[in-house]
Design a protein around this ligand. Structure first.
Ligand code: MG
Length: 252
């Protein structure tokens, strides 16, 4: 009787909140198979634009203030300072090949989306979380909706496989990004396209994005030009992740 009443109350609450909800766009199955990655190696090639060489965040600014990025650099590694907010590159890019390394700390806590959440915004189209997010998350034995796990195009496409390494180990993303193309009237003539390798394993195979990332509802393209690349300071309470060795090569 008591649980029936609780269920009724929950149903009434759900009816009180009409409109789209975050859960509407969560996909939970099928779960991508787990693949143990091999070794990955990624020194910057000679023609790369080096975005972080272990020394400084000179190439980055705070998305909020456009001033200094405000994340911690120590021992050749960037560590997210969540209170400082997202950071983005000073330079803007269109099409590129990008390499990035990240590590969730060995003492990571939390579960689901609240465990080592960050994100690589392949094109930042505004402050906050505006842009196209390739998800960064500790997805080592950590269940969440599959279009929100590491290697997903957030809320749009799950990774082909789960190639995550355990927390405490460095992981790599290698990404080929083709920016969307817009007509003079602002309509999209060529959707954005992404190919991505997680720890050397293919996770996105030329996926065509439906638009920029949205947390709730359906994506819609809005015309933009060359854009910065952004890293996310996610508000979850788990210990912050780190980055190193970030570079890209512009593609004509
Ligand atoms: Mg994220």
């Amino acid at each position: 009787m008591r649980s029936a009443l609780l269920a009724l109350a929950a149903a009434a609450l759900a009816q009180d909140a009409p409109g789209p909800k975050p859960a509407d766009t969560e996909q939970w199955t099928p779960i991508p198979p787990v693949v143990t990655p091999g070794r990955t190696d990624a020194a910057a090639p000679a023609d790369a634009v080096v975005l972080f060489d272990g020394r400084s965040l000179d190439q980055w600014v705070s998305t909020r203030t456009k001033g200094p990025a405000g994340w911690k650099v120590e021992g050749g590694v960037i560590t997210v300072v969540k209170t400082a907010g997202n950071i983005e590159t000073k330079r803007s890019f269109r099409n590129y090949q990008l390499h990035l390394e990240y590590r969730a700390p060995a003492n990571i806590t939390g579960s689901g989306q609240a465990r080592g959440n960050s994100g690589l915004f392949l094109a930042s189209t505004g402050a906050g979380d505006l842009g196209y997010e390739l998800q960064i998350l500790d997805s080592w034995k950590n269940e969440t909706y599959v279009n929100g796990q590491a290697g997903s195009v957030y809320k749009q496409n799950p990774p082909l496989v789960n190639a995550s390494r355990p927390p405490g180990e460095w992981q790599t993303y290698d990404v080929i990004w083709r920016a969307p193309v817009f007509a003079a009237d602002g309509s999209v003539t060529k959707p954005a396209r992404v190919t991505a390798f997680h720890n050397g394993v293919l996770v996105q195979d030329g996926f065509e994005l439906a638009g920029p990332t949205v947390y709730i509802g359906k994506p819609v393209y809005r015309a933009h030009g060359p854009s910065p690349i952004k890293l996310q300071a996610h508000g979850d309470p788990s210990p912050p992740i780190s980055f190193r060795n970030i570079w890209l090569r512009e593609v004509p």
